[in-house]
Design a protein. Sequence first.
Length: 220
Amino acid sequence: MNGPTHHDSHAGDGTSYRPGRLTRTAWGKDGAGGILVERQEALDFMLENVRNSNLRKHILAVEAVMRGLGGRLGEDEEKWGLAGLLHDIDYETTKDSPDRHSLVGAEMLEAKGLAPEIVEAVRAHNEHHGLPRLTLMAKALHAADPLTGLIVAAALISPAKKLSAIDAKFVLNRFGEKAFAKGARREPMSAAKAELGLELDELIGLGLEAMQGISGDLGL
Ligand SMILES: [Fe+2]
């Protein structure tokens, strides 16, 4: 999230999210500076630091989308999932000094010994700082963050208010409506074509599918 208004449309606490494959090690001492961190440990760390149920859901949505993007792009989806799961770790810590958002989070993750790639992707995701997004992971996180907000907003205007009731075309049409879900900035999503090699409709389809996969946890 880049600003405090983005989480308002979410509800529930999302603590029941336990994907089966994530009991295994997300990554080990791989020579890239990362220490052994399991998804469960990262989830506990997130839940300790993030109390707001809407924000927890937003975070789980970004995690799911990052896993999907990582898989699509042939990257380490466990590692990419961790970047999503931890990207807003400081959101409540910095609520009185939002200009520190993502800088504090990166420090928290660095102190935990997380891989520099994740630390830097988290640091750069808040555009406020104007930091370069140097890795594919950082670029994906930049796009995934507002994408989840757009998809949630689209689901909420469907009669059933369900992710299962909408398709990528529906979300794509809302994308073009400037007044719709203004908090979900379009530019990072449009940039996915140049930065990730993904057409907008594929990005949206992938994001929607990832979020539909955890619809119970998202309450949608
Ligand atoms: Fe976020």
